[in-house]
Ligand binder design. Structure first.
Ligand SMILES: *[C@@H]1O[C@H](CO)[C@@H](O)[C@H](O)[C@H]1NC(C)=O
Ligand SMILES: *[C@@H]1O[C@H](CO)[C@@H](O)[C@H](O)[C@H]1NC(C)=O
Ligand SMILES: *[C@@H]1O[C@H](CO)[C@@H](O)[C@H](O)[C@H]1NC(C)=O
Ligand SMILES: *[C@@H]1O[C@H](CO)[C@@H](O)[C@H](O)[C@H]1NC(C)=O
Length: 440
């Protein structure tokens, strides 16, 4: 090789590579990757204005304000009755997105940061002209898309929507209202193409929100990953083989480092699994068989019935991506707390939703909390079981009882407890896989 050329090549490479690394944008997703990045909603790369409080205060805040509404929502779902307008939540269920993914809807694609919600089937997006929707970021603009079309009441999927307001006869646009705690939103079922990283889903049906009163929905919508008929899994047919997984980065993390992987490709080959239970009355929820909880080496004694799965009452345990801290029904939480307190040096105080806070110096005594799922023991790393006060002087057990006003039969494994884990849902083989994965 000619020496001059060789030098030029090296120089070129140096310049090229350094300009590449200079241009590296930690907030950009990898364009050639079919994984979708996931970040906490108030991370640095989020378009939503983070509240000017620290992440731990934000978690405290969500745990005490948003979670009770979420639990009300999940309990209502679990105990679903046949009502035409399903209760969504008292106030802010939709405000509770903690993790967002970046998707594009329409042609050309409009970039939207949507909240990930494994307990909802549908996707909802605020559409232009929406009254009462958030104005902090642009809504989806149907007019700017060449592939958009509203759906008619005669479309089979329309019949799956809750709160439908189709006329008994004649043709009309598929519209529906959903109400919750004095608030209502009205939406139209529409279809357009959805781009998830490098994958395209043509004619994806979702709710285009036209009006909302009382509560707000996430500024750029919600992507449902439940497994009912309107879900992304159902609408994509066999393309993803009913399989997806996510790794939620730490709440502390800034960048798009977590990931949502759709389909069987690239999933961990060997992963410990637990059966995924199916509740025919509540097809969107991901129920698992929690058989016990250990604190340190002690298997906490709980009433036999308190963890049992019961499809008709909705009782049991779900894994959810939209609740912040894990909630157990009262007798279960009381037993866990009692054992935890026995093993850590008090005195104990309360902070927001947490009732077992202690001087951080004693953190080294904190026992490991293990969730015994059928066939899989999930030992929670300390970052997933303890939370610190923002001043840093206290550590608290980051779990709570279901809120008192909720007549709850449901235990919820929430996302604080899922940080830096890969959680794999296989809805065809009815399995949930869980493995430690650092995705900070
Ligand atoms: C749905 O909401 C819209 C707007 O708030 C209202 O005009 C309409 O009457 C509602 N429809 C039903 C069936 O409740
Ligand atoms: C999407 O829907 C439109 C209108 O309903 C239809 O013309 C088109 O063929 C559909 N495209 C695909 C890929 O199914
Ligand atoms: C399934 O994937 C293929 C290939 O990417 C794509 O052409 C097709 O539109 C997809 N179908 C659905 C329903 O998403
Ligand atoms: C949960 O696991 C326990 C222990 O293996 C088993 O006895 C029980 O039948 C399981 N429950 C369900 C609903 O599968």
């Amino acid at each position: 090789m000619n020496f001059k050329f060789f030098t030029a090549l090296i120089l070129y490479s140096v310049i090229y590579l350094s300009s590449r690394s200079y241009a590296f944008d930690p907030c950009a997703s990898q364009p050639d990757d079919s994984d979708l990045s996931v970040i906490p909603i108030y991370g640095k790369c989020s378009p939503f204005n983070p509240p000017k409080i620290s992440w731990d205060n934000r978690v405290m805040d969500m745990a005490s304000k948003d979670d009770p509404a979420r639990l009300t929502y999940l309990s209502a779902l679990a105990a679903q009755k046949t009502v035409s307008t399903a209760p969504i939540a008292s106030g802010q269920a939709f405000n509770i997105g903690n993790y967002i993914v970046r998707v594009k809807i329409g042609t050309p694609g409009q970039l939207l940061f949507m909240v990930l919600d494994t307990s909802t089937d549908e996707a909802f997006v605020p559409c232009s002209g929406c009254t009462g929707c958030s104005t902090t970021t642009a809504p989806f603009s149907p007019k700017a898309s060449t592939t958009y079309s509203p759906l008619d009441c005669s479309v089979p999927l329309c019949g799956q929507v809750r709160g439908l307001s189709c006329p008994a006869t004649g043709s009309a646009t598929c519209s529906f209202n959903q109400s919750y705690a004095g608030s209502t939103f009205s939406a139209t079922l529409v279809q357009d193409s959805l781009s998830l990283a490098t994958d395209a889903v043509p004619n994806y049906s979702f709710g285009c929100i036209n009006a909302i009163s009382g509560a707000t929905v996430p500024a750029q919508g919600l992507l449902g990953l439940g497994r009912g008929p309107l879900s992304l899994l159902s609408q994509t047919g066999t393309n993803y083989s009913g399989v997806f997984s996510y790794c939620l980065p730490s709440f502390k993390s800034y960048y798009f480092s977590g990931s949502l992987k759709l389909g069987p490709v690239g999933q961990p080959k060997s992963i410990r699994t637990t059966p995924l239970l199916r509740n025919p009355h509540r097809p969107s929820l991901y129920y698992v068989n929690l058989t016990g909880i250990s604190v340190g080496r002690v298997l906490v004694p709980v009433p036999a019935e308190s963890l049992a799965f019961n499809p008709s009452t909705g009782a049991g345990t779900v894994i959810d991506s939209g609740t912040v801290i894990t909630r157990f029904i009262e007798p279960v939480y009381a037993a866990v707390r009692e054992e935890f307190r026995k093993q850590v040096t008090g005195p104990f105080s309360s902070l927001g939703a947490f009732d077992t806070c202690f001087v951080k110096t004693y953190e080294t005594l904190a026992p490991v909390v293990t969730l015994h799922l059928e066939g899989l023991d999930l030992k929670l790393p300390l970052e997933n079981s303890l939370i610190h006060s923002s001043s840093g002087s206290l550590a608290c057990l980051a779990m709570a009882a279901a809120p008192e006003n909720v007549n709850s039969v449901l235990n919820v494994i929430a996302n604080y407890q899922q940080q830096n884990l890969r959680v794999l849902f296989d809805t065809v083989n009815n399995k949930v896989g869980i493995a430690r994965e650092l995705c900070n």
